[in-house]
Design a protein around this ligand. Sequence first.
Ligand SMILES: [Fe+2]
Length: 499
Amino acid sequence: MASKDALKELSSTLSKARILLAADVDASLVSDAEINTLVARLVEMHKADAGLSVATKEEIAAIVDQITKEKAPVPVDVKRKAGFTAAASEIDAYYKITNKERLTTGGSIDDFVDHFKNRLEKIRRILEERRIGASIVQSISATRSYMSGREVTIVGMVTTKISTKKGNIMVVVEDSTAEIKVMFMNGTSHQSKDLFESSKRLVNDEVVAIRGKLSNQFLMANEILWPDVPIKEQKTIKGDIAIAFMSDIHVGSKQFMEKNFEKMLKWLNGEAQSREDRIAGKIKYIIMAGDVADGIGIYPDQEYDLAIHDIYLQYKLLFNFISMIPDYIHVFVMPGNHDAVGRAEPQPALGEEFVKDFKLDNVHIVTNPSYINLHGLDVLAYHGTSLDSIIRAIPDLSYAAPEKAMVEVLKRRHLSPVYGGNVIVPSKEDQLVIDKVPDILHMGHIHKNGIAEYHGVRIVNSGTWQDTTGFQQRSGHIPTPCMLPVYEALAGRFTTIKF
Ligand SMILES: [Fe+2]
């Protein structure tokens, strides 16, 4: 029932008890589940009134607040199943967290200039380390003194990409000294077709190397070189442990799939059947990559989608669930764009006010992004808010395959290559450059599971625990809720378990 219908129902039910609604009571105050209780309490409150009485906005707000407080958190009680022996409980934990602490910034134009300069320098270094054959020219301005026809490799940031009238693509690339117009011709040879297609994958604000021939004030491109990650063997480790990946739990949303989440908690506690039982017992770590709570005021009219309207209660319920996870499992809780830490990335770990009452030795509150080293395996966890802009910018990407967008992020060695899609802290150091190549790259945000492998890096998008929302339905997204990817480190294998 939409909230407007709820308001109508409230008004008509109350009128039978000779109570009128004050004119300033609006639909956002009333959510469908609370109508009966609300009516009962208003009737009780006004029972001594003679004749018609009026229920005020304040009265209703106070009752709704009271009902919310009584309703949440929902007590769940999951206990370790008798006789369940978990292999992971016998193994010592080894974890090392490297948070991306937010650096201060004034947010001035100069700060932005420094920020992009740093991105350019860091990624240029990565490109130089790749030893890409032809040496990179010192600066774009240096090419101005070169003769036409000379072959050069430049490094810079893409600032503009347009299709010309003749059907070619022109890209403006800039470094701290100058900019240059780079042409990608829509030619007929195989080679030029491939290059032309590749040029469509260039996104604004990314740093790349381009090899080409100078021609007057243009560079006629022959090759694009992305910073990329070197090809390496997939890393395996000795310990027979498993890591479970979660994201987008959205506790507090009406669409949070609480029953399924409880089922998963029971599974972790040994109530599983057959082969999956073995995997449950191996889980030593759980990474929660953001949007752990649904938050408040994240998008217009969110209040209609909330089951819990109090942010503290949302986190209380989340930590209540987390406390049901067996204590030998270490849990890493990261924020996402829905969480109560502000949207600018890097996002700080959840504040003391949300976690102070729920401290446990096995629960770690981390930043977004952060590196989490587990028994020598480097996991780079990032919520994935930038995936929206990546999917929009690159032709063959879609919400159906988040892992492909994650490969593009890895190739660009930057967690958020397109500036402006998501909010970034313009600190002097660009902390979203992927300086260190991880063994596992973990993201969420898209609400769709995906697993891939790229140059020896395991890629996992851990989907969601939220049912399809109206917004997703309208935009044609098909989420994959309640599917838990688990990585068995010894075998180097992912298994996804459906709850
Ligand atoms: Fe998100």
